[in-house]
Design a protein around this ligand. Structure first.
Ligand SMILES: Cc1cc2nc3c(=O)[nH]c(=O)nc-3n(C[C@H](O)[C@H](O)[C@H](O)COP(=O)(O)OP(=O)(O)OC[C@H]3O[C@@H](n4cnc5c(N)ncnc54)[C@H](O)[C@@H]3O)c2cc1C
Length: 388
């Protein structure tokens, strides 16, 4: 069947959340995905019964819409609380305590502002330099906030990063899913009415007689009454050039970075570094290393390094991983590389999004979802799908 109620371009959390909602309404949904796996920035690498996240890794109990979706898919028995493990900093070729550069006096002198100063209208740099002190921001929190989005967060609107949301205290404070974050993606893929096609890049969109036709790189065309763009804004912009030029123009203006992630799995006995949750780095070709140590395994440990775009080739990345972890590449038993898109938001982002939403509303049966509307977290993606 090549005719659907909805075609969704992009199988990340945003597209799959939207697919779940429409499938629940009884609509037939086709999700087209360029890569060889579904999930986008949610990507779990599996080796035997061990998994490692190459992208999104943590669900907080403040992600109420996502938790509702997980429960609705009967996944509550997969909730796996994350154990505590330390945060570290990689500085001058050494792994140090994250607080090694914290100036406590400066923090004490500014800390009260945390309760007084509003985030609205301030950039991350302005807000956090005020409440933590300039040096504390530059020396410690700059790296931590950069690690959250795998790029310099200084010019992001402060209220779009690390949002305060109400918590659902019946769920673990922070957790992941048994089998990895991909468990959610798999559950949606298995829903009745949902067809997910991977290795299926959308390359052209046309609209005639009330139907969208999406051509794929394989030369196959799919038709639907409704179209939902759930791919990064520059790609969505290019694809919409003919059918919605006004929307296309606004999407093409939006910027982002490519995050080059490399995950490695080693046997426990082959790595000496003490268990950690994150290593953050400031002036390095990588912004963070995220470990699986928060869900200990009897045989294996795994770490994913998030490298800056074009900073190192594959050889350089492996050498850096060897240096930071103090291992020899010969002990790596499984590894994988992927590239994620992370949008770059600035202080004019909200007005751009307002214009974009107005332009989209003029096109019947066209929707746009993604991690560049209310914020970049998984919960923001789910909320962007729910709001339609
Ligand atoms: C390294 C990293 C770690 C993160 N960790 C967390 C975390 O722990 N907790 C949290 O809340 N958030 C986290 N985030 C943020 C969150 O995971 C992402 O914002 C979210 O998963 C993005 O989902 P999305 O569906 O909007 O976009 P994406 O996941 O980018 O999905 C878009 C999809 O569109 C596909 N696509 C592109 N072009 C085409 C085309 N032409 N045809 C078909 N398909 C196409 C892409 O291949 C991709 O699969 C993290 C992000 C990154 C990058």
């Amino acid at each position: 069947m090549n005719n659907f109620d909805f075609i969704i371009i992009g199988s990340g959390i945003s597209g799959m959340s939207f697919a779940r909602l429409k499938a629940k309404e009884g609509k037939s949904v086709l999700v087209l995905e360029r890569k060889g796996y579904a999930g986008g920035c949610v990507h779990s690498l599996t080796h035997e019964d061990f998994w490692l996240e190459l992208g999104g890794h943590t669900i907080y109990n403040s992600y109420q819409s996502f938790i509702t979706a997980l429960r609705d898919l009967n996944l509550e028995d997969k909730f796996l609380p994350r154990e505590k493990a330390s945060f570290k900093m990689y500085d001058n070729g050494e792994i140090k305590k994250i607080t090694s550069k914290l100036n406590k006096l400066e923090l004490a002198m500014n800390g009260m502002k945390l309760f007084l100063l509003k985030k609205e209208g301030k950039s991350v740099r302005d807000y956090y330099s005020s409440v933590l002190g300039k040096n504390n921001y530059e020396n410690m929190f700059y790296g931590m906030l950069q690690a959250v989005i795998s790029q310099d967060a200084s010019d992001f609107p402060a209220d779009m990063l690390l949002k305060k949301r109400d918590r659902d205290k019946t769920a673990p404070r922070n957790f992941t899913l048994k089998g990895g974050m991909k468990t959610f993606i798999e559950a949606v893929s298995e829903m009745e009415n949902v067809t997910v096609m991977t290795d299926c890049e959308a390359v052209d969109i046309s609209f005639a007689d009330g139907l969208y036709t999406v051509e794929t790189a394989k030369g196959v065309g799919y038709k639907a009454q409704n179209l939902t763009m759930a791919c990064p804004p520059p790609t969505a912009g290019k694809l919409l050039a003919e059918v919605a030029p006004d929307v296309s123009e606004l999407l093409c203006e939006m910027k982002g970075v490519k995050v080059e992630s490399m995950g490695i799995i080693v046997k426990k006995e082959d790595i000496a570094i003490e268990p950690f949750s994150f290593v953050v780095a400031k002036d390095e070709p990588f912004t963070s290393a995220v470990s699986r140590d928060i869900i200990p395994h009897d045989k294996y440990r795994g770490m994913t390094f998030h490298f800056r775009e074009d900073a190192l080739d594959k050889e350089g990345k492996i050498s850096k991983i060897e240096d930071v972890l103090g291992i020899d590449r010969g002990v790596i038993i499984a590894s994988a590389e992927t590239v994620h898109f992370s949008p770059t938001l600035d202080m004019s982002h909200k007005s751009r999004i307002k214009k974009l939403s107005e332009a989209v509303s003029k096109h019947d049966s066209l929707n746009i979802v993604g991690n560049y509307f209310g914020g970049i977290a998984i919960e923001d993606c789910v909320l962007s799908s729910k709001s339609l």
